[in-house]
Design a protein around this ligand. Sequence first.
Ligand SMILES: Nc1ncnc2c1ncn2[C@@H]1O[C@H](COP(=O)(O)OP(=O)(O)O)[C@@H](O)[C@H]1O
Ligand SMILES: [Mg+2]
Length: 344
Amino acid sequence: MPKIELKNVYKIFGEDPQSVLPLLQEGATKEEILEEKDHTVGLDNVSLSIEEGETFVCMGLSGSGKSTLIRHINRLIDPTKGEVLVDGVNVLQFSEDELLELRRNEMSMVFQRFGLFPHKTVMENVAYGLEVQGKPLEDRNSIAEDQIKAVGLNGFEHQYPSQLSGGMQQRVGLARALATDPGILLMDEAFSALDPLIRSDMQTQLLDLQSKLHKTIVFITHDLDESLKLGDHIGILHGGKLVQVGKPEEIIMNPADDYVAAFVKDVNRAKVLRAKTIMQSPETYTTKNKNSGKTLKVHENNFIEEFLPQVLEKRVVVEVIDKDGNTSGFITEKDLAQSLLTKN
Ligand SMILES: Nc1ncnc2c1ncn2[C@@H]1O[C@H](COP(=O)(O)OP(=O)(O)O)[C@@H](O)[C@H]1O
Ligand SMILES: [Mg+2]
């Protein structure tokens, strides 16, 4: 069962969304609806499914509907039409109490502008969700202490947010979100306000944490590199429509339309494509290239950039092996050249 599911979700902002809905369903564009009906399309028939334990990145330009989408998951926004399911249950049917419970215990949000309490210390900020849950002070502090360590901020427990850099403040934001041990982490442009180097550190830290915690993370960004680095799957929004969902390499190899193609055209493919994505099967390889010379063994999950220099220098053929050491395919210089050339 998926952890989170959206089924045919429409969101229209304006005076009378229901009256405009049929027009949108008949295929009117966001622009037409704004012009003719003075309503704004937030989401246009979005369906998606997010597996437990994965990082799902939602990417799109500003105004494409990313924040609107993520806010449906904790019901900060209700859809004009459609269903939102968490653990298979339609959260639109939740009572106030059930909704409160869901927000307190099952999901946490990390915001772009950190959203810390300025008059609370790092410790008090991190422990805040636990306080709301009614945990005793001693437990709160001990959990908060562990979270603060996990994001590398030990020693700063008694500082106030204004005494910290942006990167450190967002570490506090992350520690606070994780303190209640939620199944779902919602991150809306959480790293977008940070300087590039700090941002890259935070991405690495999130990957490290996630490799231990296996949360279901919905991460929003307008940055392709960030999507590729963090996402198990990436969904691309354009004018409220989800135009493509796929693994990073699928998005790069087969962009669904010109909008996606424009996003991926300058990406460094060697950094993103893995051996398994571009290899040919042992059968095709052996029939075509029986007597090639030396081979270099690489793991399925290695990125092209990790073996490209050796292939070019030593003119070897790449033998791709799986985690048990069995041969799963081969990569020739020609395969490499083809996969690195931009098709779009
Ligand atoms: N509360 C609102 N009222 C009216 N229009 C809104 C509201 N929130 C978002 N929108 C519109 O919905 C569209 C999607 O917005 P948003 O989800 O914030 O995009 P993103 O997060 O991708 O930048 C935009 O056209 C935006 O102007
Ligand atoms: Mg936004």
